[in-house]
Structures are given as structure tokens and as C-alpha cells.
Design a protein around this ligand. Structure first.
Ligand SMILES: [Zn+2]
Length: 201
């Protein structure tokens, strides 16, 4: 395999990228000047170094010192009675940008695929349990904010069962279907998120 093919293979591993797009990325880079290439290749090890996973919500954040909590988890101005569970960092970002939620979050790190039951393999169920044990007295409501598709539904069903067994005193709600079926939370606009939250049940 030559270097051009090797780089194409790297890009192919990116989420949502097929072989033709991967090759287009390589040709795009070939057309860029040396400065661009240098900055890009310096940035990758740098973000790896400066980024940590929050020990509470599990989201990625940029470290300033040696802190292990993200800005949201260390904030004193948020409502501890509400915890929202999302699949990925990008979903959390979309909801934060909408400005319609002021509680805390937990990032599952993925979804439990349709018909799959082995949660440990796909989502951070152990970390979620630890967080809930820690916040038990405070969290009054857990909001499941997951994609409206078969994987999202399977995850929601699994979590509902798990949470009602382990934390029966907490109210569990799911986002209202202002999010149309099959839609991805990450791409929802501000108004849709606001409505989905208002209509949670
Ligand atoms: Zn956090």
C-alpha cells in the first residue's frame, strides 16, 4: 500500500465517510499549502493532549489546568434536580446551544443497537450507575434525550428498565416527539429541542 492509499484508509475510518469521500479528502490535502498541512498535523496530537473526559458527565472537555470536571459539571448555576442522558458529545452540544436546558448531563458514548441487550459493550452503564449513586438525593428527574430511531428506542427501553429497578424514586421522562421519527437529535434546531423538552413525558 502506498502512502496515498494509506491516508485514504485512515479517512475511511472516520464516522460516515466512505471510500470515495476518503479519497477526496486526500486530494484536498494535496492541493493545500505547506502551512495548512503543518498546522493540521500539529493540532491532532495537541487536542489529544489537552482534552480530557469529564469524570462526572463523561463528555470531552479542554483542560486548562489539572481539573477533572468540565465547565458544566463544575458550574454552581445549574439545576441539580435534572439529569439529561444523551448518546454523544455532539447531542449535548446541540442541546446546550439551544439554551433550553439548565440541568446536568450524562454522555452514554453511543447507543444500544436494536435487539442488543449487552449494554456494557456499547454504553457507559457502569459510569452512569456511579454518577447516580453519587447524586441520588439530588436528581429528581432523568430525561432520556436519544435519537428517534430503533437504536435510540432500544436504548431508552433498556435505560427505563435499568433505572426504574435501581433508582425507583427518580422520575424518568423521554423527549416529546417534536423530534420526528428517524430524526437525529444532533441536527435538531433550537425550536424543536425546546418543544421536545416542553413535551417530555
Ligand atoms: Zn462534565
Amino acid at each position: 500500500m502506498n502512502d496515498l492509499e494509506k491516508l485514504t484508509e485512515y479517512f475511511r475510518e472516520f464516522p460516515g465517510i466512505g471510500p470515495r469521500q476518503a479519497k477526496r479528502f486526500v486530494y484536498f490535502l494535496l492541493r493545500k499549502n505547506d502551512n495548512y498541512i503543518k498546522e493540521l498535523s500539529n493540532l491532532i496530537p495537541k487536542i489529544k493532549q489537552n482534552t480530557a473526559v469529564c469524570s462526572r458527565c463523561q463528555k470531552y472537555f479542554t483542560k486548562r489546568h489539572n481539573e477533572n470536571l468540565c465547565d458544566i459539571c463544575s458550574s454552581k448555576n445549574r439545576d441539580p434536580s435534572k439529569l439529561m442522558i444523551v448518546a454523544r458529545d455532539t447531542d449535548l452540544e446541540t442541546i446546550e446551544k439551544s439554551g433550553s436546558f439548565n440541568g446536568f448531563y450524562f454522555v452514554l458514548g453511543g447507543l444500544l443497537p436494536h435487539l442488543e441487550e449487552d449494554a456494557q459493550k456499547f454504553i457507559r452503564i457502569k459510569e452512569l450507575k456511579e454518577l447516580l449513586l453519587l447524586t441520588k438525593e439530588k436528581a429528581k428527574e432523568i430525561i432520556l434525550a436519544l435519537n428517534a430511531n430503533p437504536d435510540g428506542d432500544n436504548t431508552a427501553n433498556y435505560l427505563k428498565k435499568f433505572l426504574s429497578k435501581e433508582f425507583s424514586n427518580v422520575k424518568i421522562s423521554v423527549l416529546g416527539r417534536g423530534l420526528s421519527t428517524g430524526s437525529e437529535l444532533e441536527y435538531a434546531d433550537k425550536e424543536t429541542i425546546f418543544n421536545a423538552l416542553e413535551n417530555r413525558k
